[in-house]
Write a protein that binds this ligand. Sequence first.
Ligand SMILES: [Zn+2]
Length: 295
Amino acid sequence: MSSDRLRLMAVHAHPDDESSKGAATTARYAAEGVEVLVVTCTGGERGDVLNPGYGPAPEGLEAMRAVRRQEMAAAAAALGVRQQWLGFVDSGLPEGDPLPPVPDGSFSLVPLEEASAPLVEVVREFRPHVMTTYDPSGGYPHPDHIMCHRVSVEAFAAAGDPERYRGRGEPWTPLKLYYNHGFSLVRMRAVHDALVAAGVESPFSDWIDSRQAREVPERPVTTRVECADFFAARDAALRAHATQIDPDGWFFAVPREVELATWRTEDFELAQSRVPSTLPEDDLFAGIRGTEHAR
Ligand SMILES: [Zn+2]
C-alpha cells in the first residue's frame, strides 16, 4: 500500500448504497489521486428488483448475490474506486405491521464484535485517513444501515488499539469519521422547490412528508464537498445497479441543469475527529492534507 497518498474508505450496507450516498465525492477524490475504497458489508442478496424494466428477478439468494456482484463491479468502475466485500448476508427490509423478524444469520443479527472484526481488518490493511458511514438512525430505516453505522463506529474506535481485535492486522488509527447526509431535508426541499419553480414535476413531496412524519431529527451538516463535475459518474454508477435503480425513476428526476443550479455539493457530518479542523469544511481531508498526518 502506498504510504504517501491520502486514503478514503466509504463503508456501505449494500451494493448500490455507494452510488446513492456520497458517490460523486468518492469519484472526485479518486480522480484527484486519493485512494478510495468502498467497503460493502452485505451482498444485497435480499434486495427486491426495484426496476420495472429489469425483467425476471434472479431467483434465490445465490443468484441475486451473483447479479449484484456484477452490478457492483460496474458501479465501482464508473466511480473509479476500488471495492471490497465484508461477506455478510443482507437482512432484507422488514415490512408490515407488526414487522416480521429479520432472517437468521443476517448481518444485523451478528454480535457487534464479530460483525466488526472483518472491517477492522480492512481498516488496518487499507489504512484510511478518513472513513464515511451512516448516522445512528442509519439515515434510512433498514437494519443493515443501522448495523453499518455500528460496525463503522466500532472499527473507527478500535482499529488503532493493539489490545483490540488481536490477530487482525497491525493497528491503524483513522483520523476522521463522517456521516453521509445527501438526503437531508434541507437539500431535498431545495431540489423539490427548484423543480416546482422550473415547472418540472417533483417526485419528492411524498418523500418529504414521510420524512417529516417519521420525525427523524435533522443532523448537522458540517462539510460540503463540491462534486458537480462528477454527477455524471454518479449517475452511471447508479444505472449500473440495474436490478435496483429504475432509469426512469426519481434518482434521475432532476434535470442536470436544475441540479447544477441548486445543489452542487454532497454533504457530510463530521462525527469524530482526531485532528483539529475548522467548521464548516469543504474537504473531507481538512486538517490532514499537507500535514504530518498525511502519511
Ligand atoms: Zn442499503
